[in-house]
Design a protein around this ligand. Structure first.
Ligand code: URA
Length: 267
């Protein structure tokens, strides 16, 4: 029998943190807004606003031209502080409860970045994509990729977020219909894309998907129907789940997972 050479399969260990097309070579010219987004300071859109407001300097000169091109050899300053491009990195965390979704906390409470057992230099510029309440657990993406994060959080890209909701009181079929039909909250209507009982005999556990990420949205939707939420877990975000990741642990996203996110937000 002919011997077939084994092809080397990519895995997370040999997956570079930067996809080939985003590694800036010394001479590569990129638009200033892209360079700024790669530096983790903001998204491209926010970069355009900073540039237009005259808050960005290239080699000591303020620039307001949105199409300005730069190379890694140029010195870029935002509000007088030099910025450097980062290696892009993408992580998925299985957030535990009793952890706040910030990068630091002056009251010393545990925040999601404390869970990343990485050298400090690799944590520079990382931030959570959106927010989970302190007592919500489950999927949280963490990255320094400003463009991707900005789009994932923007409601127009309709990123699917799926939650498992535990309530104090039992929900009726009418409650499910109300979640699907839309509920008026103080900051506007909110609607579930899907809502169902994973186990029809247990009416205090509901699976629900939403596209937006408004503050305490799921809790407020249930409260509007008279049901107090006693546990909340995000079981999926943009199709990514924490399967295989223990609570409080994280892993890097694979190349395919990052590409799929890019496709979802048309980048
Ligand atoms: N909705 C909430 O109410 N809380 C979360 O943490 C996420 C969605």
């Amino acid at each position: 029998m002919a011997h077939r050479p084994r092809t080397k399969r990519p895995n997370d260990r040999n997956f570079p943190k930067v996809p080939a097309r985003t590694i800036p070579s010394d001479k590569e010219e990129v638009r200033l807004n892209r360079y700024m987004a790669r530096s983790g300071v903001c998204s491209r859109r926010e970069a355009d606003e900073l540039i237009a407001r005259g808050e960005v300097a290239v080699n000591g000169q303020t620039v307001v031209e949105l199409g300005t091109k730069v190379t890694p050899r140029d010195t870029i300053e935002v509000h007088g502080r030099k910025i450097v491009p980062l290696n892009l990195a993408w992580y998925i965390l299985n957030k535990p409860t009793d952890t706040i979704t910030t990068t630091s906390d002056e009251r010393g409470r545990r925040n999601v970045m404390d869970l990343f057992d990485l050298p400090e230099r690799e944590k520079v510029g990382l931030f959570p994509v959106g927010r989970l309440d302190r007592d919500t657990k489950g999927v949280l993406l963490v990255t320094n990729d400003g463009d991707l994060a900005h789009r994932l959080m923007h409601p127009s890209y309709e990123i699917d977020k799926v939650y498992l909701v535990g309530t104090e009181s039992e929900l009726s079929d009418e409650d499910l219909a109300a979640l699907l039909g839309g509920i008026t909250l103080e900051d506007g209507p909110a609607k579930a894309g899907r809502a169902a009982f994973p186990d029809p005999t247990v009416r205090t556990v509901v699976g629900i998907s939403i596209h937006e990420g408004r503050n305490r949205q799921v809790r407020r939707m249930f409260e509007a129907l008279g049901h107090k939420v006693v546990s909340l877990e995000r079981i999926s975000y943009a199709g990514l789940s924490v399967k295989g990741i223990r609570r409080g642990k994280w892993r890097r996203l694979s190349r395919d997972e990052v590409s799929a996110l890019y496709r979802k937000v048309k980048l």
